[in-house]
Design a protein around this ligand. Structure first.
Ligand SMILES: [Fe+2]
Length: 205
């Protein structure tokens, strides 16, 4: 059983209203509930041993579980990499800032690429991932919640670009305004912590 985490530190973000966050947190709690329910339903189906791979209910619930599960986890990454009163970019004295400059030529170029991906059509996420094998950093587009996640990689910075993330504050056509607002609220210390944890665990492996 998973419990919805609380993110009380998110009041007073720049350009993302408290009402928008409250609505988004409710939606996140829905993912947690769905994960718990689907897990229970799938276990019951398995216990009854009446199912086969051709069973529509089993197939649908199994596919839905990865959608709901990744929806739950990505929202937790998203809310925990936001905080009020942040700098628009990491400093080049921070480990993640240095690594981004190395990977993309400069921190600005990395950020431009991240924002460009945010303009892609469709709903999903823009995520900076770190590959533990090379330590390398790359921006990815993830459709829905579960489609396009690079296996093995660790999410370092996660941005939700579903309309529900911003449509209380902005119009559907104003996604890039929300993206600019997002970058007024990134907790670079949290981003650095994820980056460092990944560096440590790959060094230990
Ligand atoms: Fe969301």
């Amino acid at each position: 059983m998973y419990q919805a985490k609380s993110f009380d530190h998110l009041r007073g973000l720049a350009g993302i209203s408290d009402g928008q966050i409250a609505e988004h947190l409710e939606l996140y709690a829905g993912y947690v509930k769905q994960v718990n329910e689907l897990t229970k339903e799938l276990a019951e189906m398995d216990n009854e041993k009446k199912t086969s791979g051709k069973d529509f209910g089993l197939a649908e619930a199994t596919r839905r579980l990865s959608f709901e599960y990744d929806g739950m986890v990505l929202h937790e990454y998203y809310f925990s990499n936001l905080k009020p009163g942040s700098a628009p970019r990491p400093s080049d004295r921070q480990p993640c800032g240095r690594a981004l400059a190395q990977a993309y030529g400069s921190i600005e170029r990395w950020q431009e690429n991240f924002k460009t991906l945010a303009g892609m059509r469709g709903v999903g996420w823009v995520i900076l991932f770190q590959d533990p094998v090379t330590g390398g950093l790359s921006n990815y587009w993830v459709s829905l919640h579960q489609d396009g996640i690079p296996a093995r990689c660790q999410p370092i910075l996660v941005m939700d670009v579903w309309e529900h993330a911003f449509m209380r504050d902005y119009r559907a056509s104003e996604r890039l305004k929300y993206v600019d607002a997002f970058f007024k609220n990134v907790d670079w210390t949290a981003v650095d912590r994820r980056f460092n944890e990944e560096q440590r665990s790959s060094a230990a492996a």
